[in-house]
Design a protein around this ligand. Structure first.
Ligand code: NAD
Ligand code: MG
Length: 395
């Protein structure tokens, strides 16, 4: 079989290049041959213009886009003389997704990633999917668009990437359950009283993984795992009861698949997102990655224990959203985003986030389904508005 280096440069567009996933993607690409091995038709960011411009120049990008329409001139100036085309705002983001390419790294955070990723899906590009909101909020529509577009969907979230690696495609019918591992975050051993008083700074300090701000706080509340449960349902066609979560503080086992013969297959590695990113962009090959190798003699122990759902109600909310179906995933995510922003701004406490999401989901539990993408945006907007109204209500 040919090696990736024997082939013509692979074209990779990076949506959200300036974030944690985007920077790790560019790092992996640099290790795998840089400009000799890859072309970058398009690259996007938002406020960090200097970094975006530097990335675009280093990668020799064709098109650089800032999501912020007011920063067009700044980016244009930062890239003057480079010959790199410049764009700004939502329509330019979609255009970045539409540019001819082999693979798109979907690394924008939040629902803002949906439109440009769907544009890439419709063009038939392979999608390395980090943005979990695409599946959580619009899973059914996204799956339909993928089938229609004809590209491959390669999960980048480390848990889903692990499952993708050990899921025997010919034996899908024999899969009994998938087991998502969770580090438990910085508050794994906190009481509810202690959790009630934590600040955003403490919540953002993840013990094992280095990630963006929102996902780090979502890991502390386990909303990240809640989103991942819904993501897994859509990616692997599981029933809600087939998706288990287990706390694994060391983050070495990235997730597991249990088969009907009792066998459990796991993927292990150091907690470094470059594993999943490198696997996704090299698939179906395995590329040599600059990640730490596991030394089993030095791994003192691997622990596993059941999550405490009274301290982490997000997990039960994910199960409710899956059982209710329809737009409840979009509602859970929209309400969570509004609550998370309020927590970051210091207007609500850590534990209130789950209460607000639960109340919003109940208010919008009307069996609505999405027949087009606008339905998803409408549910997202409505969930945010209701969550905000709940937060503004006098106690
Ligand atoms: P981040 O905050 O570090 O980066 C987000 C990127 O999106 C940046 O390039 C930013 O400029 C861009 N962006 C932010 N708001 C935008 C908007 N409104 N419109 C367009 N672009 C916008 O986030 P991250 O940690 O890299 O996460 C990206 C996605 O990947 C998230 O959905 C996250 O859940 C998922 N993910 C991340 C990790 C990780 O290790 N960081 C792991 C698994 C999954
Ligand atoms: Mg993950």
């Amino acid at each position: 079989m040919s090696d990736i280096h024997d082939q013509a440069p692979r074209r990779i567009t990076i949506l959200g290049a300036t974030g944690s996933i985007g920077c790790n993607t560019l790092d992996v690409m640099a290790h795998l041959g840089g400009r000799g091995a890859f072309e970058v038709p398009a690259i996007t960011g938002m406020g960090n213009i200097d970094l975006l411009a530097r990335q675009a120049r280093t990668a020799g990008a064709g098109f650089a886009v800032t999501a912020d329409p007011d920063r067009y001139q700044d980016l244009k100036q930062a890239l003057s003389g480079s010959g790199i085309e410049v764009g700004a705002g939502p329509s330019a983001l979609v255009e970045a997704g539409e540019r001819e390419t082999d693979l798109v790294m979907a690394g924008i955070v939040g629902i803002a990633g949906l439109a440009p990723t769907l544009a890439a899906v419709s063009r038939g590009a392979d999608i390395a999917l980090a943005n979990k909101e695409c599946l959580v909020s619009a899973g059914d529509l996204f799956a339909t668009a993928m089938t229609k577009g004809g590209g491959r969907l390669l999960p980048v979230d480390s848990e889903h990437n692990a499952i993708f690696q050990v899921l025997e495609q010919a034996q899908r019918h024999a899969v009994e359950r998938i087991i998502l591992t969770a580090s438990g975050g910085p508050f794994r051993d906190y009481s509810r009283e202690q959790m009630a008083a934590v600040t955003p700074e403490v919540a953002a300090a993840h013990p094992n993984w280095s990630m963006g701000l929102k996902i780090s706080i979502d890991s502390a509340s386990m909303f990240n795992k809640a989103l991942e449960m819904i993501e897994a349902r859509h990616l692997f066609g599981m029933k809600p009861e087939q998706i288990e979560v287990i706390i694994h503080p060391q983050s070495i086992v990235h997730s597991m698949v249990g088969y009907c013969d009792g066998s459990v297959l796991a993927q292990l590695g150091a907690p470094d997102m470059r594993h999943a990113i490198g696997y996704a962009i090299s698939h179906p090959h395995r590329a040599p990655l600059p990640v730490e190798r596991l030394d089993f003699a030095k791994l003192a122990k691997l622990e596993f224990h059941a999550p405490d759902e009274t301290r982490f109600p997000a997990l039960a909310l994910a199960r409710t959203a899956m059982q209710r179906g329809g737009l409840q995933g979009a509602v859970l995510n929209g309400a969570k985003e509004a609550a998370l922003e309020a927590f970051i701004a210091g207007t609500i406490g850590f534990l209130q986030m789950a209460d607000i999401v639960a109340a919003t989901m109940d208010r919008l539990d009307d069996g609505r389904r999405a027949s087009m993408i606008e339905d998803v945006y409408a549910a997202d907007r409505e969930a945010r508005a209701i969550a905000k109204a709940i937060m503004e209500r006098p106690a």
